[in-house]
Design a binder for this molecule. Structure first.
Ligand SMILES: Nc1nc2c(c(=O)[nH]1)N[C@H]1C(S)=C(S)[C@@H](COP(=O)(O)O)O[C@H]1N2
Ligand SMILES: [Mo]
Length: 386
């Protein structure tokens, strides 16, 4: 199947507009094919994101109030990059596979595109998302297309005692270790068995288009079910090692520190950011014909439901609307009816199929954490009803 930016799901979502909607669809053309119901307006959140203090790193964020597509268009998809954007062209670019492999490989983009094609719809979230008032929108959902990594590793032949696969980006920058300043490349490691997961792919297309430069052109790793940092962009080399890789983005940054009790003793634990966590967020409040509606998204684990709490009222179940596959976010809505004028708070919480509930901000899971990564606590937004 060739994916298109406007999915069948988007089509289904707006299928309810009826004949009037269809005639709009015919005259307006693809760009305006799926408008919001014409008289629906968005009531802006009072707690707008604060100015972004690191625009070179957080290059773009999702604006929740603009969310009207289950697949995030590339120009709305958040971008994180830690170093300068590497300039890569297809003619000179090669992917190397080396280290503890029987048959080292050098591949062109054409070689990779000629291999078995695989697609996944995966909601990528930065593990720093919603940790600060300026980064509420580091999440997006796209169709990623590429080729499975496992068969390439098989062809290269992982050798004993290979245990770790390291993914090297082409981007690099200065880091200081003790008194020494070095130029370190972005790189992340993963166990051989995680790298061999059937969903892990080398990706060259996003929403049916060649991977855009900011999202990793010509090739990136996509590890569905993992936080953003594991999904290495601008891939250049894949290397099998016999020990853990301990670069900056594994062992120094993107490390979660927790205070734990072990037999009555306080210990501090350090773990590298890896698999994604259950999360949800209210996206926007809309009004149509005098009635209000809350919509939002939930992701990070297979879901069983989402609940919403308005002010101090009891939690109510949201209706799950659009969902697709194990790794993609689900959209949900709550009919709010005709709330009283004034300020209100809106909180969402997701429940996973496993029974796990998205933690409240005062949950020990979150309060025992002294670093900001993996902040998957319930999110509360404020709105004023006129
Ligand atoms: N080579 C490289 N890969 C990278 C990064 C980077 O700075 N360099 N940032 C990572 C982080 S922290 C995140 S959250 C995701 C963001 O992917 P996106 O910019 O395509 O949304 O890319 C990851 N892959
Ligand atoms: Mo990230």
């Amino acid at each position: 199947m060739t994916p298109t930016p406007i999915s069948r799901r988007t089509l289904l979502k707006h299928g309810g507009v009826g004949l009037a909607g269809l005639s709009v669809l015919r005259v307006a053309g693809p760009a305006h094919a799926f408008p919001l119901a014409q008289d629906a307006i968005v009531i802006p959140w009072l707690d707008q994101p604060e100015p972004n203090p690191v625009p070179e790193v957080i290059v773009r964020q999702l604006d929740w109030e603009e969310l009207d597509s289950w697949l995030t268009p590339v120009d709305q998809f958040f971008v994180i990059k830690h170093f300068d954007l590497p300039e890569l062209n297809e003619r000179d670019w090669r992917l190397e596979i080396g280290g503890l492999v029987a048959r080292p490989m050098t591949l062109t983009l054409a070689d990779l595109k000629a291999r078995e094609r695989q697609e996944v719809t995966f909601t990528l979230e930065c593990s720093g998302n919603s940790a600060f008032p300026f980064n509420k929108g580091l999440v997006g959902n796209a169709i990623w297309a590429g080729t499975p990594l496992a068969s390439l590793l098989d062809e290269a032949g992982v050798q004993e005692p290979g245990s770790e696969v390291v993914f090297w980006g082409a981007d690099a920058g200065e880091q200081t270790w003790r008194e020494m300043t070095i130029t370190e490349h972005f790189a992340r490691g993963m166990s051989v068995s995680d790298a061999r997961d059937t969903n892990t792919m080398l990706v060259f297309e996003m929403n049916g288009e060649p991977l855009p430069p900011l999202h990793g052109f010509p090739l990136r790793l996509i590890a569905p079910g993992w936080y953003g940092v594991a999904n290495v962009k601008w891939l250049r080399r894949i290397e099998v090692l016999d020990r853990r890789y301990m670069g900056h983005f594994m062992a120094r940054d993107y490390v979660t520190i927790r205070e734990e009790e072990h037999d009555g003793e306080t210990v501090w634990t350090f773990t590298t950011v890896s698999r994604a966590r259950l999360k949800s967020a209210p996206a926007k409040v809309t009004r149509q014909g005098g009635r209000y509606r809350i919509m939002g998204a939930a992701w990070g684990a297979p879901l069983s439901g989402v609940e919403v709490q308005i002010d101090e009222e009891p939690w109510q179940s949201a209706t799950l609307t659009e969902e697709g596959g194990e790794f993609a976010w689900t959209f949900w809505t709550v009919d709010w009816g005709t709330p009283s004028p004034g300020e209100h708070s809106v909180t969402s919480r997701a429940t996973a199929a496993s029974g796990e509930v998205q933690p409240a901000p005062d949950d020990p899971l979150l309060t025992a954490k002294s670093t900001f990564w993996e902040s998957n606590g319930q999110i509360t937004r404020q709105v004023r009803i006129p």
